[in-house]
Design a protein around this ligand. Structure first.
Ligand SMILES: Nc1nc2c(c(=O)[nH]1)N[C@H]1C(S)=C(S)[C@@H](COP(=O)(O)O)O[C@H]1N2
Ligand SMILES: [Mo]
Length: 258
């Protein structure tokens, strides 16, 4: 039995009809997926955020004056990967974002293509699991717009972000690259964007140039930098260590809601 929302439930939940349907707790308790979730004894914070706080509540947004004078770069800050270094050398000319997996229409987009989509700017606080926070302004293309263009197949449950940076080498010597994933509720959330600008400037290498994920209701490690490819999947079984992210494969929680 699936532990997550179906594509249909997400699309319903995102519509006006869906929103009023979700308004009453009684009705909510009648919805099959809520009962399934309760019966499965799902993680409490996930349940609270997914139901009581409503699916599309926004993370707090701040004013220009709140922007941190220095935003701590963390994790990979200068990928060693040759393909990525070549992109940096060309100032990211020729960069293409690939969108594939369980979609009807695979996409292959330049940064200019992404800039032509309606953009969203948000000033938010980034909280790293290590215990520090910084406030930054992010501008990018809503992931929802890409998902709409690519059209998910009915089996799709998660969106995976494949990154350029190698974190370690596997036993057979192959590179283990950073990756992350979100479910469809977070994928279509209005503050989930693929950011190409930070504080009004093109994204710097240390912060994930040319494209990084912002998924504002989550901890920092969900915010994949150096995103090269996006893949819609039904499960994580075939990806990396099977837990939905590089740090998840190393013991972190997949649901990092704050
Ligand atoms: N590709 C990639 N994305 C990543 C990381 C990384 O090492 N590689 N580190 C994560 C962590 S733990 C944090 S806190 C943020 C840091 O983002 P920043 O460098 O813009 O502060 O990126 C996240 N995304
Ligand atoms: Mo982090």
């Amino acid at each position: 039995m699936s532990r997550t929302l179906s594509r249909r439930a997400v699309l319903l939940g995102g519509s006006a009809a869906g929103a009023s349907l979700l308004a009453g707790c009684d009705q909510l308790g009648q919805m099959p997926w809520v009962r399934r979730t309760l019966e499965a004894g799902e993680d409490a914070s996930l349940f609270v955020q997914r139901t009581m706080l409503t699916q599309q509540s926004l993370a707090r947004e701040y004013a220009e004056a709140d922007i941190s004078p220095w935003f701590k770069p963390n994790g990979t800050i200068d990928p060693v990967d040759e393909d990525y270094k070549a992109l940096v050398a060309r100032n990211f000319e020729g960069f293409r974002l690939k969108v594939g997996g369980l979609v009807e229409t695979p996409l292959d987009l330049s940064i200019e293509d992404l800039r032509r989509l309606p953009s969203r700017t948000q000033i938010t606080r980034h909280d790293c699991v290590e215990g520090w926070s910084c406030i930054g302004k992010w501008t990018g293309a809503p992931l929802a717009a890409l998902i709409e263009k690519a059209r998910l197949k009915p089996e799709a449950r998660y969106v995976v972000f494949h990154c350029a940076d190698t974190m370690e080498n596997a036993e057979d010597g192959s590179p283990v690259r950073y990756y992350e994933s979100v479910d469809l509720v977070d994928a279509v959330h209005p503050q989930t964007i693929l950011a190409y600008e930070m504080n009004g400037q093109p994204l710097k290498v240390e912060h994930g140039a040319p494209l990084r994920l912002r998924v504002e209701r989550h901890l920092g490690y969900k915010m994949a930098k150096y995103v090269m490819r996006i893949e819609a999947v039904a499960s994580f079984d075939e990806i990396g260590g099977g837990k939905g992210g590089y740090w998840e494969d190393n013991g972190y929680a997949w649901y990092a809601g704050i």
